[in-house]
Write a protein that binds this ligand. Structure first.
Ligand code: ADP
Ligand code: MG
Length: 236
């Protein structure tokens, strides 16, 4: 269910982009068509103007080319800078980073992270994923005996990262809505953290699962495939 929702959102971004490229390229093409028609109409135009028309046609074709190049560059920014990445290091960084936030709330963060877990990923974006998840956990736990644990280990074919908290938990109805843009139960929430998180995990061929019980706590499990040498040759 979750995957289907994410896919349809991505499709709508792709079709929006395609629609604006089509719209902008159509203008120069219309102009080009008009001039070619004019040139082809033997007595319909001033032959002395042929050079001028050809020049205009070429200018418009160059413009169409430019528009396409710009949009491709724009789309490329959504590409991920993936490489062989030691996610253990990323997770330690997140734990350190979030400890100050947790201390401020007197919440304990602990990390049980196996060394040298490698994925094929974008460090900045994956860091964002775990900051979002740990932040949600810190925000869900009680001020005094709040506890957040970050675990990471190799398991069969995948790397698993778990963020476990003893916070307010969620009902099954809430869990279904996670990742829905703007879904928040917080006074100052954006409801975008998990939307972004789900999309980044999807871009890494990963999965995310929530286990939660109201008033008991939540356990989030993110799984990624192991890095394989052939990933580096992948073109994306
Ligand atoms: P935000 O944090 O801005 O509300 P998110 O997309 O990060 O947006 O989270 C959406 C909602 O999911 C939160 O408002 C909260 O109700 C719920 N949620 C997420 N993680 C947890 C958690 N660990 N424990 C309890 N509720 C959570
Ligand atoms: Mg959040």
């Amino acid at each position: 269910l979750r995957t289907q929702i994410i896919k349809s959102e991505k499709l709508s971004i792709v079709s929006e982009l395609a629609a604006s490229v089509a719209h902008e390229v159509r203008n120069p093409l219309t102009v080009v068509r008009g001039f070619i028609q004019l040139i082809g109409d033997e007595d319909g135009y001033d032959h002395l103007k042929k050079k001028e028309y050809v020049k205009l046609v070429l200018t418009e074709l160059d413009r169409a080319q430019e528009i396409i190049t710009d949009y491709l560059n724009l789309a490329r920014h959504q590409y991920f800078a993936k490489k062989k990445l030691n996610i253990s290091i990323v997770l330690h960084e997140v734990a350190n980073l979030m400890t100050s936030y947790a201390n401020y709330k007197t919440v304990t963060i602990s990390a049980e992270i196996e060394d040298n877990l490698h994925v094929y990923g974008d460090a900045t974006r994956l860091k964002q994923v775990f900051i979002n998840l740990v932040k949600n956990s810190i925000e869900a736990v009680p001020e005094l005996d709040g506890n957040v644990v970050i675990k990471a280990y190799a398991s069969h074919e995948v790397i698993r990262v778990k963020i476990i908290d003893n916070g307010i938990g969620m009902s099954p109805e809430q869990i279904v809505r996670l990742g829905e843009p703007y879904f928040t139960l917080k006074e100052k929430g954006t409801g975008l953290g998990l939307t972004v998180t789900f999309s980044i995990i999807e871009h890494h061929n990963g999965t995310i699962r929530f286990q939660s019980e109201l008033t008991k706590g939540t356990s989030v499990t993110v799984s990624f495939p192991f890095f394989r040498e052939e990933d580096s040759h992948q073109i994306d």
